[in-house]
Design a protein around this ligand. Structure first.
Ligand SMILES: C[S@@+](CC[C@H](N)C(=O)[O-])C[C@H]1O[C@@H](n2cnc3c(N)ncnc32)[C@H](O)[C@@H]1O
Length: 278
């Protein structure tokens, strides 16, 4: 290690204050590894030089790059399949779901990482749309990290990435091989048409984002402390339409965080439905 304990403590606090992501002492070595990578990318001598830049706040780009590198971006298509089965069977196929009454569905994939969650939803929404004329939808895709958001926006995935969760049928229908690099697949333009991409830090202001029938905020609260979890949920509540839904990751729960939702078990998935007057 080139950085002292105090230096790593300082950087861990900076990351937690900015993004809410907690690095415990046992994981400080990971932070140092990420600092070394960012330092190299910025042509700096080592992590210590980056540390001084961070402390003096002289290079905002380097700070952003470190925050970006501190995120865990693990994701895949149709991750936790039960969530997508429930979305297709219990919401899209349910005439009482608000989106069916309105023929319009607005979805937010918050903390979307590289976009696989949002494109999985788009595949299901496209099927729903094709079943009846006049149906429409919009998916807002956000993440804090510019790096992952850029890939989501491009809709470009390696052979390995498409193998994680996509059936051959969906792959052939909604993706095409890139001509420039045959190891990569691009999302077909029609799938992207009703999607917009935007950088959002869930701990900062995003009150202009509008209202949604369903908000997917999966596998991000798990990295946050209790205070931040409550802060994020209390603001997410205001973006969900009455009787709309919030979906969290498999290891996350709303218990102790909000009383504005009712638990709904849809197939094997848990959805949180906002109370009519929530
Ligand atoms: C593990 S991924 C989850 C991706 C997807 N939701 C899923 O479940 O497969 C977590 C994502 O949360 C993002 N993230 C972490 N802290 C954030 C914050 N404060 N605001 C917005 N995004 C954040 C990271 O950049 C990362 O891409």
């Amino acid at each position: 290690m080139t950085l002292s304990k105090e230096m790593l403590e300082y950087v861990a606090t900076l990351v937690e204050k900015s993004l809410g992501i907690q690095y415990s002492k046992e994981n400080h070595y990971q932070l140092e590894k990420r600092m070394n990578e960012v330092a190299a990318a910025f042509g700096m001598r080592d992590a210590e030089e980056l540390f001084h830049t961070l402390r003096e706040r002289t290079n905002q780009k380097a700070i952003n790059a470190l925050l970006d590198a501190s995120t865990n971006n693990e994701t895949s298509f149709f991750r936790d399949h039960a969530v997508f089965d429930a979305f297709a069977n219990d919401l899209l196929n349910n005439p009482d779901f608000n989106g069916n009454k309105q023929n319009y569905i607005r979805i937010w994939s918050a903390a979307s990482s590289t976009g696989q969650e949002a494109y999985s939803l788009a595949i299901l929404l496209r099927q729903w749309q094709l079943q009846k004329p006049n149906r429409n939808y919009e998916i807002v895709v956000t993440d804090f990290s510019d790096r992952v958001l850029q890939q989501a926006k491009e809709g470009k995935y390696s052979d390995l990435e498409v193998q994680r969760g996509l059936t051959p049928e969906f792959l052939n229908k909604h993706f095409e091989k890139t001509t420039a690099d045959p190891k990569y697949w691009m999302v077909r333009p029609e799938l992207k048409r009703q999607m917009s991409f935007r950088k959002v830090n869930l701990l900062e202001d995003w009150s202009d984002i509008g209202s949604f029938d369903v908000v997917f905020c999966r596998n991000v609260l798990i990295y946050q402390n209790m205070e931040n979890k409550k802060k994020i949920i209390s603001r997410l509540v205001n973006t969900i339409l009455p009787e709309g839904y919030l979906v969290l990751g498999a290891a996350e729960t709303l218990i102790g965080l909000s009383e504005k939702f009712e638990i709904r078990r849809l197939g094997k998935a848990v959805y949180y439905q906002k109370l009519p007057k929530g």
